[in-house]
Write a protein that binds this ligand. Sequence first.
Ligand SMILES: *Cc1c(COP(=O)(O)O)cnc(C)c1O
Length: 402
Amino acid sequence: MPGTELFGAEERKEIEDVLSTGIMFRFNHDAQRNNIWKAKDFEEEAKKITKAKYALAVSNGSAAIMAALAASGIGTGDEVICPPFTYIATIEAVLLLGALPVFAEIDETLCLSASGIKAAITPKTKAVCLVHMCGGNANMDEIMAVIKEHKLILVEDAGQAFAASYKGTATGCFGTAGAYSFDFFKIATAGEGGILVTNDETTFKLADNYCDHGHDHVGNNRGMENHPVIGFNFRISELHAAVGAAQTRKVPFIRESNLKIKKALQTQLSKTAGISFSKLGDENGDSGTFLNILMPSTEIAKRTVDEMNKAGVGGFNYWFTNMYHFINQWDHIKQLKTASKLAIQVLGAPQDYNNLNIPKTQDVVGRLISFGIRCTWTEEEVRTLATKISECVVKAMQTEKV
Ligand SMILES: *Cc1c(COP(=O)(O)O)cnc(C)c1O
């Protein structure tokens, strides 16, 4: 949780600016706010990192992905190809918009693969919601070729991949719109916050309307603004945006530190038999937020997790059994348990979610153990952690031979 490690004077100063005027609303109140616009600052900082033409700060990453889908034209009855390995917000956003998730295979990049997407395409496929998982990047050249060939809309959930890129383009900036999360567990945090990016003016305006009850944000009389579309409230507060802006300024340092630590961990760990690492679409575009270890098999990964629990090695995620990141535990989605009726219950699911054929995904996620990298780790701490992980893997591999 690198951002949270560096919470300090810079964040406090930004919050103090807002408190000095008391204007916690991001729009209007021009006379009272003393030219303090933290949501705008947060957006500018996000644009510096992503090079996106437009950025919109919103209440959280889930809202950002929902608005990105909506502003890209995804709605009722549209089939959207999604990964079975993602934070569940991606799937919730698709479902709540009335669209229908179609699950496709990921590969060792931990993201949807071009072949996985291709195999899941039907005549009803409208879009792909690509998720850049665990701080990395997908194989964009291959994926973009499929998107173009089949004339699909691409929306990117880069919730975990702010500051990641592929061949010089930020993750989140390949499709019609992209989303980042600034919740408490990401590379930078606003407490709660999200950023939507796009290079298309129309998409940006639509997202801007959608995230604020349809307000067109023209003029200075909020009550008299036009409402081009029906929207909702996904606004960020100035207090959250203030923290987000300060944190985003720290992201280049965090990334550099993360990558140095990740390299040291990988160098030491690669000497241990049985350990390999997840792949990156572009090795130079990693955000370095996670060290992603791939074990030779799911059984060995499970034994490694047991050994690490016994040895008190913390700070890792075994996503295969995680309730929120992997489809095997998404019973509520498989059984379509909803608070109120959704489009999918009227239209029918596009796949039998209880009998999905995703062997590659089961294999990759079963073998995957991810460590959240802390940007403040010392060399000593890094060495100790790598040694402990190695010891646990050696034990797990020995059990294999017996
Ligand atoms: C964190 C995350 C989200 C949700 O972001 P929130 O800010 O927590 O709403 C969405 N997608 C992915 C991939 C995430 O990791």
